[in-house]
Write a protein that binds this ligand. Structure first.
Ligand SMILES: [Zn+2]
Length: 276
């Protein structure tokens, strides 16, 4: 049974695209393998050499606050929101706002064929949704390499930091997974601190058998216990750090969206200080 309408998400994306030339999108129309169009938005900052952040949401269809946060971010960028004191539009963005439209509409974790998409990244081409995600990331990468060959911009990491927005129905508080190399300084604790004013933090000593330190679970270097998640794909294939944010679905809707947005804001503020 459908409980949400993906068409509303699509309408808001299309409305945002009409508002600003800085916002463009890769779009995959519905096909034989997927009856939903898929979108990946790009925001190009005035200063093209600004760091690039990747935000993704909704790979699990029953975690909708991440989708709402990603769509709001797209709208804030397109509106050049002057009311928001944080200058999101000064950064470059790649935003994948709703990765599993079938699950999103039905409030279920899996896609139409019953697959947990966040375990399919060893061979992302096996599902239309993960194939589109991998293609979007690869396209971004090849665009960057072309520019490097023309010496237009100096060499730097393609994506400064990836933020994958999730939710947890078993948790009574916010927490995050921080996937990073041991050379990279942690920023998870600062993010938790910024969210703590908005909602409770999960203080369980263990979450899914991983050690939770005041809302932060660290996945250092090549941890494989979570299977082939997008975070692992980003780390192993694209050399990119990833934070997986988890809001508790039992909390108020607006608080969950605000917690996600605050976490994104704090993460990008501190992303540059990650390097030793
Ligand atoms: Zn999830």
């Amino acid at each position: 049974m459908k409980v949400r309408n993906y068409g509303d998400v699509v309408d808001r994306i299309l409305a945002a695209l009409r508002k600003s030339d800085h916002l463009t999108c890769w779009h995959q129309a519905s096909s034989a393998s997927s009856s939903y169009p898929l979108f990946c938005l790009r925001w190009t900052a005035q200063q093209k050499s600004s760091p690039l952040f990747y935000v993704s949401a909704g790979i699990h269809g029953d975690e909708p606050a991440g989708v709402a946060c990603a769509v709001r971010l797209i709208e804030m960028l397109a509106d050049h929101d002057k009311h928001n004191p944080f200058p999101f539009n000064k950064y470059n963005w790649l935003i994948s706002p709703c990765d599993n439209p079938y699950g999103y509409e039905r409030d279920i974790r899996e896609n139409a064929t019953g697959l947990d998409l966040n375990r399919m990244f060893e061979t992302p081409t096996q599902c239309p949704e993960t194939a589109f995600i991998a293609e979007s990331l690869q396209r971004k990468q090849s665009a960057h390499v072309e520019k490097l060959n023309n010496n237009i911009i100096e060499e730097k990491a393609i994506i400064e930091l990836a933020l994958d927005l999730h939710e947890d129905s078993d948790s009574d508080g916010f927490y995050l997974w921080e996937r990073r190399t041991s050379q990279c300084l942690p920023i998870g604790n600062m993010i938790v601190k910024s969210v703590a004013g908005l909602c409770p933090i999960n203080q369980d000593p263990l979450i899914e058998n991983h050690r939770n330190e005041n809302g932060v679970i660290t996945l250092l270097d090549k941890v494989t216990t979570k299977g082939w998640t997008r975070g692992r794909y980003l780390a192993e294939q694209l050399n990119t750090r990833c934070l997986i944010l988890e809001t508790p679905t039992q909390l108020d809707w607006e608080i969950r969206i605000a917690a996600q947005l605050t976490a994104v804001q704090t993460a990008i503020k501190h992303a540059g200080s990650c390097k030793k």
